[in-house]
Design a protein around this ligand. Sequence first.
Ligand code: PLP
Length: 442
Amino acid sequence: MNDMAAARLPLFPLNTQIKDGRLHIGNFALDELAQEFGTPLYLYDRSTLDDALAQYRTALQTEYPAQSGLTYAGKAFLSIAMAQWVHQNGLFIDCTGAGEIMIAVAASVPRDQLLVHGVSKSQEDLQAAIAYAGILVVDHLGELERLIELVKTSNRQKFPTLWLRLRPGMAVETHSYTQTGQDDSKFGLSALEFLQALEEAQSAGLHVTGLHFHQGSHFHDPKPIASALELALDLIAETRQSLGWVPQTLCPGGGWGTPYHEDDLPHRPIREYVRFVAQHLLQGCHERNLPLPTLHLEPGRSLVARAGVAIYRVEAVKRTATRRWLLLDGGMADNPRPALYRARYTALPVSQPERPATDATWLAGPYCESGDVLIEALPMPDISPGELVAVPVSGAYQLSMSSNYNGARRPAVIWLQDETATLIRRRETLEDLYRRDLPLPN
Ligand SMILES: Cc1ncc(COP(=O)(O)O)c(C=O)c1O
């Protein structure tokens, strides 16, 4: 195998290999899938999802002696099938607002596995959370007050238990657009507000069971979690003293990063991140003589990113003064991450991926934005119009942030499991683009 293919294959789902000169995932030839389901095509490989989940579970069991749990952050990618996978595996599902709650409900996720987040929950979001969620994570005091009002006027017997989201005042190292823990972030409660929220919730008869924080997404060094844990545990020592309250659950969020490009390899494994968090939590509780809470992690990207692959067809090859362009049939409408965060991807041709690279290549979409470039300056072999290229690590924050820009129809999504490729989301049709529109009156 040549160096380019050998370096990029480990970014694809487990069991990705080159057979008969074509990229395969298990027994599925990617060109045959593209032929059957069209392009752009997104696929999720179940065995890769299972493997990432097993890494989290094993690490938690090995590293943390008390109880632990996992929530899948639905914002990374949510569909009925994905929610079913989450439910079947006994994870909680984190839903942001009524929309994601209703997807989980459509997948029959039960109340006790449904957790609701959101920095600015609308009345509709709060009502949906009251109706369907087991846990509601309170972001700010105004939200808590609205929630208390809703609970007072509701004739329901059962309400979600509450976790309070602390803003620890320090973020993890990542793109500034995905940092959430810093002092001036829009997310969460300051330590003082946390104390006030706890008192207000308790005097309204609401059950607060958790302390939550999340410092950002796609970080590779867990160090800032240690300082946030210190702050959180100091706060808990104080609430134990003043209110007799300690959380049953402590959730330091998600956010562990994922390698997207061969230059990101090797990447520190999930186990190291979990060990770091567990050790600091154990030590911090020991130092303050606090009981060990249930440790709950909330990953999105590191569970699903590698399981996903995007397959595009090359519509045209163009040469400009200094660049070779591959113009694909998808781009920023299905994957806005490069335009939003300058996220860096890699790719392989689906046929003859072992051809040696000849040139730095710019892979761009068909949309009317110069920022619609998926990959810049990637060494690639000569590619002809009509060929397919596969972009690995496409499972997180791509389709969930996709759009209909320039009339793009959002892609079909398939699920690979055992010997079957199942369509889990159909491609949008032309009619879907104007189905919600109404003409002006005459
Ligand atoms: C509250 C919360 N939890 C978990 C996550 C998941 O992050 P990631 O997908 O990077 O693991 C996010 C994403 O930003 C989040 O906002």
